[in-house]
Design a protein around this ligand. Structure first.
Ligand code: 5GP
Ligand code: MN
Length: 325
């Protein structure tokens, strides 16, 4: 960490980049680091090469995030790119084009991180990347106000399932407490993310439940969403991010999987496990990545049924093997 803090300290114009299909921890990490760097006088741009899910639009700072095209149009000429919560270069979309042209720092906590940057601070023991950003900001001497504390807290809460997933260790609780003491508002985040659903999402979820299948005596549960289903219910992939958690919450389930055709012939596979199955290596074997209990992959050129036919048997086999060993 000391090394990357020195590199960030030495830069003047910093581009802070997150991943495609951004989640709460990623948006929190991008915005917290961007804001921290601005507070210590740097010129900063925040980039995510994907549409920001509507739930996060309540955060004013979200409108300052640019995609790659907007970044190019802005003429901003960074002397450093800091990539947060990202395990491999394909996850930053077209910002990949800057690799090799500007020095790149990565701050990440993914088990599958392949250390693709010039300077990597990768620590898999952190529940959220936002905890790592919190440490970088403090080391840089950033003074936290209520707004920055709330934005930073968002990542700590969302990546730990609001402090209840197995990654919610003592350090997570300590960081959350410290951020609340600095003015962070957990209720603002929980009401924005957990109690802000559209009725269309429930109708889509009802459809998902109807299509749900179980395997291995209920240890594996999965379902899917086609493009037609999204259209029928007036939804997009932004509306279905939490569904996989609901499936995992079923008694006896070890692994839950959602297959979502987020664009024609682009299927996102979102996976969660409960106790023992290591999803990070399984996700890697199908071209994705992630953490032991939360991982995913995006598969192009196949429809949802083709992807299920490929992934489900493979997963059943891996689960049976890993249960026996
Ligand atoms: P989610 O299911 O919420 O999309 O993703 C769960 C976890 O897996 C996240 O930590 C995310 O970064 C990772 N992940 C999801 N999709 C991909 C992917 O296509 N490639 C890689 N490397 N990681 C992914
Ligand atoms: Mn994360």
């Amino acid at each position: 960490m000391e090394r990357i803090v020195e590199i960030i300290r030495g830069a003047e114009k910093v581009l802070v980049v997150g991943h495609i299909m951004p989640d709460g921890d990623d948006i929190s990490s991008v915005l917290s680091l961007s804001k921290g760097l601005k507070l210590i006088g740097k010129e900063v741009m925040s980039g995510i090469d994907w549409k920001i899910p509507w739930v996060f639009e309540e955060l004013e700072e979200v409108k300052d995030i640019v995609d790659y095209q907007k970044f190019l149009n802005s003429g901003f000429d960074p002397d450093l790119m800091v990539v947060v919560d990202v395990s491999s270069p394909d996850r930053i979309g077209n910002f990949q084009e800057l690799i090799g042209k500007v020095p790149v720092v990565v701050i990440d906590h993914h088990a599958t991180n392949d250390e693709f940057a010039d300077y990597n601070w990768v620590d898999r023991s952190f529940g959220a990347c936002a905890q790592m950003v919190f440490r970088v900001n403090k080391e840089l001497g950033v003074e936290y106000d209520e707004n920055l504390a709330t934005i930073n807290l968002m990542g700590v809460l969302t990546d730990t399932g609001f402090l209840r997933f197995p990654n919610a260790d003592a350090r997570v609780y300590e960081d959350a407490t410290e951020l609340v003491k600095l003015g962070g508002k957990p209720h603002k985040i929980s009401s924005m993310i957990l109690e802000n659903k559209r009725t269309e999402q429930f109708h889509l979820f009802a459809d998902v439940l109807e299509k749900m299948k179980t395997e291995l005596d209920g240890k594996l549960v999965y379902s899917y969403i086609t493009q037609d289903m999204y259209k029928k219910h007036g939804c997009t992939d932004e509306d279905s991010t939490g569904f996989v958690h609901e499936l995992r919450s079923i008694r006896g389930v070890e692994v839950a999987v959602m297959f979502m055709e987020i664009k024609p012939r682009l299927v996102h596979v979102s996976m969660r496990s409960k106790e023992w199955f290591d999803l990070s290596s399984f996700a890697k074997s199908i071209g994705g990545g992630g953490h032991p209990r939360a991982a995913g992959a995006s598969i192009e050129g196949k429809d949802v049924f083709e992807v299920m036919n490929y992934v489900v048997p493979k997963l059943k086999e891996e689960m049976s093997r890993s249960e026996k060993s």
